[in-house]
Write a protein that binds this ligand. Structure first.
Ligand code: TTP
Length: 637
């Protein structure tokens, strides 16, 4: 349900930038011969010429629409160039488009807070930039205003005809305008400049909406496509919303919009104005009622989030008609493909952006043969995300099994799956301590160790350390499978897993202290010497007082089995380690010689100190997870 957020007191300048016929532009840049020709990008499935997923503006002039298939498009536009979307693993590979979107985002984000809303959409908060411009070089003081800004459309300001640019210039430079409009004028000039930069650097054109909030900016950006921008002064908002069908408004496309139409007879957003706030609250609750009251007046306090990267990673595949998957083996086959892709993407996010995903969700659409209840949906299911293709596959299949059981209930009948998708969400930055270690290792020329490590075990370890946090977080919620009803039997293994994890944290903390104590025994200078001198290798303590260097492939602390997530599934392994003596272990924080910490690199010192401090108060596990992995497990020869 939408949440009502009041607008801040001071006027903001928000832009919504949407790239034009995006996939087509990316393909045209790749193959410049296609520039200026009617073109469309089609899905990999070639049935009836493939489904159109993006249509260039030249083709639109012939009446080609996204809802058409390639054959149909050829009928209305015989010269249309149909470009196959790249394919990998039997499905569309969108990486080229994602990367192209990132290029644009990196240019747009130079002027203000930037939120990447989708593969080709961005919100910008340009308030600061507009205020600076207004105080230092207001539009009326500019010698020239860029052409792009002069081509703006200003809602409520009729500027058609030959004098158009002259009139727009007048609007942008009005010295008698109120401060809000002046800020919008500055915003329009700034956005126009950004769009020119995007064009010059990427060859892509975009359209934009410039308003005082996200909602209005988003409504305005598609109004004058392609390659034009639309400004929404406050005085134009009432007219804009008066005729806007409710279903066109973000968050009113579904049930809420239908209820407004059916229950209140509301057709346009403007129709909502006739209802008092109390009346709307009576119908839809305090929050949604207030939100409806606000949006009908163009009020929306949603902030532009500081986010250049996607909120989640998803990949899916549809199986229409006869392609429906009807056996577990065929589902498993596609789950494998999807998991391979998802694994690649979350790893590249980790490598490039140091971000880790915490939740795995499976969505599916399915039908039952001879079903009496055709409306019944296949329930979506989520669980904590574990890195590695095989783990993703295992977990996704468990989610599928659980969903299928719920979907079928007690019926023993045939079924078919018409779409499958998996999403990695709840993405956060790798915890600071872990990042510092990663940075430290890279800085110490150990970076090759990360990429060369044949098992990716170091990376796995870094991920695992944050996965520990995830699992601890989840433990607080009794490790329920989020969103959805899961049978107790499904939860059993999860509960065991979290239980083991919490024990593991205690043990690994202990082992860290052991490691530090042993390092102390070895001699103070050894740590620094080791880090400075020995490239790509780590000491492991075979016996107290001795260290030995192991190459990365055999790093005990980063072995997959030693990682928390894996350990959680390998109770027996843990047990054998316990028998090797880790259990019979006690420590006293005061035993640690502080001078030993002084010998550690500064990043690690800070982390260990942070970790030890809370340890004295409470046995906090979160802080220690990363450093714990750095040292543990200490292997006995
Ligand atoms: P849109 O921004 O919806 O459309 P567009 O950029 O192609 O055209 P416009 O100028 O009207 O904004 O979608 C962005 C890209 O997302 C689009 O180029 C192709 C892809 N896409 C799909 O793959 N499937 C879909 O159903 C839609 C709507 C988009």
């Amino acid at each position: 349900m939408p949440i009502a957020r009041p607008e801040p007191q001071n006027a903001r300048v928000i832009a919504h930038v949407d790239m034009d016929c995006f996939y087509v532009q990316v393909e045209q840049r790749k193959n410049p011969e296609l520039k200026g020709l009617p073109a469309a990008v089609v899905q990999y499935n070639s049935w009836k010429g493939g489904a159109l997923i993006a249509v260039g503006y030249e083709a639109r002039r012939f009446g080609v629409k996204r809802s058409m298939r390639g054959d149909e498009a050829k009928m209305v536009c015989p010269n249309i160039q149909l470009i196959q979307v790249p394919v990998a693993r039997g499905k569309a590979d969108l990486n080229m488009y994602r990367d192209a979107g990132s290029e644009v985002v990196s240019i747009l984000s130079t002027k203000g807070r930037c939120e990447r809303a989708s593969i080709d959409e961005v919100y910008l908060d340009l308030t600061d930039a507009a205020e600076t411009m207004l105080s230092e070089t207001p539009p009326e003081m500019l010698d020239t205003i860029n052409e792009e800004a002069l081509r703006s459309h200003v809602l409520g300001f009729n500027v058609d005809g030959d004098e158009r640019e002259k009139n727009v210039k007048e609007w942008l430079c009005r010295s008698e305008a109120d401060r809000q409009d002046k800020l919008l004028a500055c915003g329009a000039i700034i956005v126009a400049q950004l769009l020119i930069e995007v064009l010059n650097e990427t060859t892509f054109t975009c359209s934009a909406g410039i308003a005082h909030n996200k909602m209005l900016a988003k409504l305005a950006s598609p109004m004058h496509k392609p390659a034009q921008q639309t400004v929404v002064p406050s005085s134009s908002v009432k007219d804009l919303l008066a005729s806007l069908p409710v279903k066109k408004m973000k968050q009113l496309g579904g049930k809420l919009g239908s209820s407004l139409q059916i229950d209140l007879g509301v057709k346009t957003v403007g129709d909502l104005l006739q209802f008092s706030q109390e009346k709307l609250q009576e119908h839809y609750g305090i929050n949604t009622g207030t939100w409806l009251w606000n949006i009908s007046r163009g009020i929306s306090g949603d902030a532009v989030e500081d986010r250049l990267l996607p909120k989640s990673h998803g990949c899916g595949k549809t199986f229409p008609g006869p392609q429906a998957l009807k056996t577990i083996a065929s589902v498993e086959n596609w789950v494998n493909q999807l998991c391979e892709e998802l694994n690649e993407r979350i790893h590249s996010d980790l490598d490039q952006n140091k971000r880790v995903a915490h939740t795995l969700t499976l969505h599916a659409r399915a039908f039952k043969e001879n079903d009496m209840e055709p409306q019944r949906k296949f329930p979506s299911k989520s669980c904590p995300l574990r890195y590695g293709t095989s783990k993703l596959k295992e977990d996704t299949m468990r989610l599928f099994d659980s969903g299928l059981r719920d979907f079928l209930g007690s019926q023993h009948i045939g079924w078919g799956v018409t779409s499958l998708s998996i999403t990695a969400s709840k993405i956060t930055d790798v915890p600071q301590g872990t990042r510092s270690i990663l940075k430290f290792l890279q800085g110490k020329d150990c970076s090759s160790m990360i990429s060369d490590d044949p098992n990716g075990s170091l990376k796995q370890d870094l991920v695992s350390s944050s996965a520990v946090c995830t699992e601890v977080d989840l433990q607080r919620k009794d490790f329920e499978m989020m969103n959805h009803d899961v049978r107790p039997s499904d939860l059993a293994s999860e509960a065991t897993r979290s239980d083991i994890n919490s024990k593991l944290l205690d043990e690994t903390q202990k082992r860290t202290i052991t490691a530090i104590r042993k390092i102390k025994d070895v001699g103070k200078s050894s740590i620094l010497k080791f880090f400075q001198g020995s490239n790509s290798s780590f000491p492991t303590t075979s016996q107290a007082g001795e260290t030995s260097n192991h190459d990365t492939a055999s790093l005990p602390s980063f072995s997959e089995k030693g990682s928390s997530t894996e350990v959680s599934m390998n109770k027996d392994d843990r047990h054998s380690q316990t028998q090797n003596g880790y259990d019979s272990w006690g420590f006293n924080v005061e035993d640690i010689d502080p001078s030993v910490l002084d010998e550690l690199p500064i990043e690690i010192q800070r982390e260990v100190r942070e970790w030890i401090r809370p340890l004295k108060r409470t046995n906090t596990s979160r802080k220690g997870s990363s450093i714990v992995h750095y040292f543990s497990p200490v292997k006995k020869e």
